[in-house]
Design a protein around this ligand. Structure first.
Ligand code: ATP
Length: 628
């Protein structure tokens, strides 16, 4: 127990200087040993979900280690017996005894090999099963976390959590728990056997153990803390490279190659310095451990040789001590790895469990029912919203109503809150005040699954998956018939382009849809949202990359489709939304003007100014056009 406290306190010191990775995981760096201990206990409990495999592994480890302890004894005995056989006039019984010992040695070695095999096989199996369960829980949690969580935590941190941290937890059984059993048996029972054979020689044989154990533990913890820093520096390096590749056109256009090279060189040098420091730590540690082991062996040879000459012990007994030291050397050196495994599992586990235990701020209410859509009336009732951590509300007093078949246009300056209005409808975020209802049902009281099926949002960022066009369109409805996929593509004015491709609908779009133009990507995401046949369809600036002519054709084609649903169009381009039944002009998170296109023009306010700026013929333009 005391040892564990020591490891965990060392761990806390070692990670004290660790880089802060993602705001919400930052305080883990100061995790107390108490928290580390409860994390380790939780990992042990997870491991015990596979009781049979755990039991077989521990028993196999125990037996393999015990059998290993017989080997020095048997070797010592064999040497003594061989000496007896070599003496002139030795009888057949002496030779027989030697053969017996050799046979037992062989059987013990084979059995030890078999039990070690079982230990490795089942140990790995437990680790992999635990890893599988954790990966599943992790991925499932990621799917359910709200947008506000993703706003705070960097995607790279989540990937590290799901790969490296998860591995640290998964490996704890084989690299931590099993090593405790192995070292416990080897050092504990072995020390007893040696000391009971010869106190002085036994103590001399074990004299290297405390030094090597201490040295290896401290070194591993040092390596661990530098590894965390190295990881951070390498991620800076890959970020520089990633940015350079992503912005290759900007770099070339601004002839900034030299500046980019210097940036890369700085990041690379930082990583190299630390990598060299790690090599120094490792090499000096190995030399110190080798020296202490060889010094102990020299002492055993010296004192043991004296005893052999004095006839106090046999050559075989001396050989037994030396063989035991050789066997013990490697596990003792690995003590550091065991300490590292405890340290790693406690930090990685604390971070991982923090994510798995994170409360979901957007989830189904306990008595949530499926949304039932009849008339399809969408209503915003005095809605207010503030992003977590934001100083002032992003939206205030937003009220409007839209009936099935109606189109609402939302326009306003950048940052006025238009997309935020769109994100509240499928509950990407929850309103801070007021309510949103669909057919009188408060959206916070219906199941998320039914709500998100009823609300389609075509986002500004046209994200595509690396798969066929067909699969991308049918993403929300993988069992859809080909005719429906074709019809959605026709609405989005993409069908003719797709059938012109050599592989048609089965054409695979490249990484993030790179083989399509911006406008084609946007049209594909429009087709994808149409597949859901939602009751509320939101276009969030999703036609910005589409030319006005194509947009007109999309609108004409979708007329029939729009008849049965509420359509919300958010756009900076007035021509995209001036046909709407109601237009809302949003500024500073409030609706400052509302009405039809004609009414807003007649009002002569901000909308009018924007219209004059964008659409009115030059010769007719008023002086105060900058009002928008
Ligand atoms: P644009 O026309 O440029 O797309 P918008 O009118 O759609 O802008 P929103 O994206 O709704 O504006 O943003 C409204 C305000 O909320 C902005 O000040 C923005 O900085 C802030 N904001 C947007 N998303 C977040 C977020 N995830 N966390 C915190 N603040 C945010």
């Amino acid at each position: 127990m005391l040892g564990l406290v020591w490891i965990l306190s060392l761990n806390t010191q070692a990670i004290g200087g660790a880089p802060e990775r993602g705001k919400s995981f930052a305080h883990v760096a100061e995790a107390s040993w108490g928290k580390g201990l409860s994390t380790l206990l939780r990992i042990v409990r997870m491991t015990l979900r596979h009781p049979w495999q755990v039991a077989i592994t521990i028993v196999s480890t125990f037996i393999a280690a015990t059998l290993q302890l017989f080997i020095p004894r048997l070797l010592g005995r064999a040497i003594d017996q061989a000496q007896g056989v070599m003496v002139a006039g030795a009888d057949a019984a002496a030779e027989h005894a030697l053969w017996n010992t050799a046979l037992i040695l062989l059987v013990v070695s084979v059995l030890r090999g078999l039990f070690t095999m079982a230990q490795n096989y089942f140990g790995e199996a437990v680790g992999h099963r635990t890893g599988y369960e954790l990966r599943l829980a992790f991925y499932e949690k990621i799917q359910r976390l709200s947008f506000s969580f993703h706003d705070k935590v960097h995607t790279g941190d989540l990937i590290t959590l799901g790969l490296l941290d998860l591995d640290g937890v998964r490996m704890f059984f084989s690299t931590g728990i099993l090593r405790v059993v192995l070292l416990g048996v080897l050092i504990g029972v072995g020390a007893y056997l040696l000391i009971s054979t010869d106190l002085v020689l036994g103590l001399l044989s074990l004299s290297f153990v405390p030094f090597v154990a201490w040295r290896s533990s401290v070194t591993q913890l040092k390596l661990r803390s530098t590894w965390l820093t190295l990881q951070q520096r390498l991620s800076v390096l890959s970020r520089v490279m990633d940015e350079n590749l992503g912005g290759i056109r900007v770099v070339r256009a601004f002839a900034a190659q030299r500046h980019e090279l210097e940036k890369f060189d700085r990041a690379k040098q930082d990583a190299l310095d630390l990598a060299t420091e790690r090599v120094d730590i490792r090499v000096s540690n190995t030399s110190a451990m080798n020296f202490s082991f060889l010094a102990a062996m020299g002492l055993v040879l010296w004192f043991g040789g004296q005893k052999v000459i004095a006839g106090q012990i046999s050559v075989g007994t001396l050989a037994q001590f030396l063989t035991f030291m050789t066997i013990l050397q490697m596990p003792v050196r690995q003590l550091g790895l065991m300490v590292n495994s405890f340290a790693r599992a406690s930090t990685c586990g604390t971070r991982l469990f923090e994510l798995l235990d994170a409360e979901l701020d957007i989830e189904d209410a306990p008595d949530a029912k499926d949304l039932v859509v009849n008339d399809g009336v969408l209503r915003f009732d005095n809605v207010g919203f503030r992003y977590a951590g934001a100083g002032r509300p992003t939206l205030s007093g937003i009220s409007f109503e839209a009936r099935s078949g109606e189109t609402i246009g939302i326009v306003g300056p950048p940052g006025s809150g238009k997309s935020t209005i769109a994100h509240l409808i499928p509950r990407f975020y929850d309103v801070t005040s007021g309510a949103i209802t669909i057919d009188g049902q408060d959206i916070s009281k219906v199941t998320l699954q039914s709500l998100r099926k009823a609300v389609g949002v075509v986002q500004q960022d046209a994200f595509l998956f690396t798969t066929s066009i067909e699969n991308n369109i049918a993403y929300g409805n993988p069992w859809a018939r080909e005719t429906r996929i074709g019809q959605a593509a026709e609405y989005a004015q993409l069908h003719n382009y797709i059938i012109g491709l050599p592989a048609g609908y089965t054409t695979v779009v490249g990484e993030r849809g790179a083989s399509l133009s911006g406008g084609q990507r946007q049209r594909l995401t429009i087709a994808r949202s149409l597949m859901l046949r939602p009751s509320v369809l939101v276009f969030d600036d999703s036609t910005a990359a589409i030319d006005a002519g194509t947009e007109q054709r999309i609108r004409a084609a979708m007329k029939r489709f729009a008849k049965d649903r509420v359509t919300l169009i958010i756009s900076h381009r007035l021509s995209s939304l001036m046909h709407a039944d109601q237009i809302l002009f949003v500024e500073g998170g409030r609706i400052v003007e509302r009405g039809t296109h004609e009414e807003l023009l007649a009002l002569g306010g901000r909308y009018r100014a924007l219209y004059d700026l964008q659409l009115r013929p030059d010769d007719d333009r008023p002086a105060a056009m900058g009002a928008a």
